[in-house]
Design a protein around this ligand. Structure first.
Ligand code: GDP
Length: 193
């Protein structure tokens, strides 16, 4: 995909704040630090479009990035912080549910998981939300540059099994550092827009 424009257009907590252009959307979800901001920046070739975990004051919002005035990449709030109150968890769940359920513009959900580890309970909870929404899924295994070839093969099988993925789901190994998986991921996005 040739990127002519990539801009943060809307920052939302509530549905009335979502864009109303009717353009298709692809959402990205994953626990904090999984490499989601890096992946977005890699996809659009902009160093700091999405703010990385190290940015101070990173807030829990749904961020809509306008790509080429033709669709949105939707950055969902990261989860899995150690120090999060029950109240905040509830708010996060409500925000995610409000967005995922019945958002017609949403064509595909990307769930990012760390290629080095088994999925966390929070990853499985997120996957439940996704299954419940009935939307198409692409699982992205991040930071694969940190694994050897044999570890990678082993972990891909483990992740597919643990997440109970089917033939209908896409699965893409990815590295922002080495730019691996970028073209393949764009292809999946384009197929679903
Ligand atoms: P986010 O919280 O999901 O947005 O995660 P970030 O994109 O901020 O990344 C979290 C940390 O992982 C940062 O220190 C990144 O430099 C690092 N990181 C992200 N992607 C990769 C990758 O593909 N390979 C490696 N080795 N590190 C990565």
């Amino acid at each position: 995909m040739k990127i002519k424009k990539a801009e943060l257009e809307k920052v939302a907590v509530f549905p009335y704040q979502y864009p109303n252009t009717g353009r298709p959307e692809i959402a990205l979800a994953g626990r904090s630090n999984v490499g989601k901001s890096s992946l977005i920046n890699t996809l659009v070739n902009i160093k700091s479009l999405a703010r990385t975990s190290s940015s101070p004051g990173k807030t829990r919002t749904i961020n809509f990035f306008n790509i080429n005035d033709s669709f949105y990449l939707v950055d969902l709030p990261g989860y899995g912080y150690a120090k999060v109150s029950k109240e905040e968890k509830k708010k996060w769940g409500k925000m995610i549910e409000d967005y995922l359920n019945g958002r017609e513009e949403l064509k595909l959900i990307a769930l990012l998981v760390d290629s080095r580890h088994a999925p966390t309970e929070d990853d499985k909870l997120m996957l439940n939300f996704i299954r419940h929404s009935g939307k198409k899924l692409v699982v992205i295994a991040t930071k694969i540059d940190k694994l050897s070839r044999s570890e990678l093969i082993k972990n891909i099988n483990m992740l597919k099994r643990e997440l109970q993925l089917t033939d209908q789901d896409y699965f893409i190994p990815f590295s922002s550092l080495k730019k691996i998986g970028k073209e393949e991921l764009w292809k999946v996005f384009e197929e679903n827009l």
